[in-house]
Design a protein around this ligand. Sequence first.
Ligand SMILES: [Ca+2]
Length: 603
Amino acid sequence: MSLLKVRTWSAIALLVMLQAPVTLVGKGGPPPKKRARIDRQVEQIERGDSSDKVRVIVRSDRTDLGTLLRSVRSKGVNVRRTHGRTRGISLEISGKDLRWLESLPGIDSISIDSEVTTAPLTPEFYFDGGGGGTVKKASELRSILGLSDQDPTGSGIGVAVVDSGISPVADLYGRITAFYDFTNGQNGVATWPVDGYGHGTHVAGLIAGSGSRSSGQYSGVAPGARLIGLRVLDSIGRGQTSDVIAAIEFAIANREALGIDVINVSLGHPPYEPAATDPLVEVVEAASRAGIIVVVAAGNAGVNPLTNTIGYGGVMSPANAPSALSVASAKTQGTINPNDDLIANYSSRGPSWFDGFAKPDFAAPGQSMVAPAAPGSYLKMTYPSLQVADSYGKKTYMALSGTSMAAGVESGLVAVLLEASREGTSTHHLTPNVVKAFTEYTGFTMHDATGQTYDRMTQGTGRVNGQGALHLVRSIDLDAPASSPWIIAPVEPYSVYGGVTIPWAQNIVWGENIVWGENIIAANNIVWGENIVWGENIVWGENIVWGENIVWGENIVWGENIVWGENIVWGENIVWGENIVWGESTLPVDDVFDALTKKGGSR
Ligand SMILES: [Ca+2]
C-alpha cells in the first residue's frame, strides 16, 4: 500500500470520526442498509478480488445466529466455529465472496481470522546483548516480587493457560486439573495434557511450578495454584484467533465448573482494527465482565528488527483490551532490589494502535526466566543452548525471555493476591479492575541505565510489587458498601526490598486517563462496585490531559502533530494503525510482524 493511499484513507477515517453520530428518526420506512465494518486486512483481500480462501470472523448485531448461519451455508461457505458469547461466526470464504458477505443483513463487522503467535525470544532475537546475562536463581522469583515464604501461594485459585498446552512434568505434578484442546478448530476436546511446542509449559511453570526437580530453586510464583490447560497453539507454535476466542469463551462458560479465576494469554496478533470491533479484544472484555482476571503479554515488538531501534505503538491484540492486565517485560539483573531493573528492549511499547490507549499497564520480570522445559518439545529441541540443568544434572528446565514470561509471572502474582483476598470473611471477590488498579498503584517507577525515568508507554506504572499489592489487598474491606471508604488498615505507600525502602508509583493508568495522587486509594476516591468509580475531586494528573488535546509533560503534544521526546515526530509522516514508529522511520506493521515471527521461529 502506497503512502499516498494510506494518507487518503486516514483523512477519510478522520472525517468520519469528526462527524456527529447519525441518529435515524422518523417512520419513513426501513433505515438504509449499512454495510458491515471490515478490518484493514479484510479490506486489502477484498481489493485483491482473489478466489483464494480466506478465514474471517464475522460478528453479528443479533443474538440469534441461526438466520445468518443459514444464509452463509446456503452459499456453500465453510462455517468453522460459532462464538455464541460474542455473537460471532468463524468461516472460510472465497475472497471474491467477501463483498456479498459484507452486505448480508445482521452482520456488524468482519475481521481477519489472523494467525496468532507467541513470538518467543530465542538467542538470536534478544536485541539486548544476548539476553541480559541474568538467569533467575534460587527461589528468587517470589523474593523478587517481595513475597515471603509465609505469604499465600495461590492455593484454591485456578489459572487457565491459553497457550501451546502444558506438559505434565514433575514440577507441575498434581497442578493440572483440566486440559482441553482447541487447536485446528477442535471444540475443546478433553485430553491428556500435552505441549508439543514447549511455550505453555514454561509459562505454566512460572505461574505454578513447584520447583521439585530443583529443590525449589526454579519454583513459580504461585505453586499452590491450579492450572487449566487450554491448548490453542500446535506443536510448532501456530494457532488462529478463532481458536483463542473459542478457548476463552469456553473458560467463561465453565468458569464455575473448572474454578477459573485468572486467564493467562501469552500470545496475540497485531491490531488490525480498533479495540471496539476486534473479536479477540471483545472476548477478553467478556471474560473480564464475568469477573475473570485476564493477564496478557504486551508483545515483543519493541524493537524494529531491521534497524534495531526501539519504537512505540507495538502493543499486540489482545493486550490492547482496556480491561486486560497488559504486561511489559522487566530485566531484574538477577537482584532482589527492583531499583536496578530495566525494561527489555523487545518489550512492546504503547500506546495501542487505532485507539491510543495507555498500555502496557506495568512490567513484570520476563528476562531469562527459568521454568520447566516440555520434554521433546520444539523449543527445547531447537534451542539446546537455552536448556538449564536441574538438581540431578538433567536438563529439564529452560531459560526463555519475553513478555510471555512476564505475563506468567503476573498471573502467578494475581493468584497470590486472590488467595489473600479470600483469607477473611469477605463475600466479595477482587474484580479485574481492582486487581489492576492495586498492581499499578503499588508498582515501582523504573529508570533506564542512565537514570532516566521510562515513559508510561514503556513501563506502564512500573515494576510490579507483590509485597505492596498484597499489603493493599489486606488493607481493604471488600464488603464495604458502595460509596463508602474501604481502607480498614493504615497504608504506607512504600515497600522494603532487601533493606531498601522504595516508594510506590501511586498512580493509575486507566484507558485514556492517567490519575495521579496520594489519595487515590487511601481516601474515598475509589469505591467498591462493578467498576471503579472516581471521586469528584480527582486530579487529572499534574500535567496530563488525554483526550482531544494532549499535553504530556513538556514533550508531547498530541493533536495534529505529535512530538515524543526529541526522537519522534508523529503527524505528517505517520499513519496511525498502519505503521509502527521507530525513531524517525516507520515500517508497515505486517513487515514487522513477519520479521518478528520468522526470527522468533514460530512459523
Ligand atoms: Ca533487580
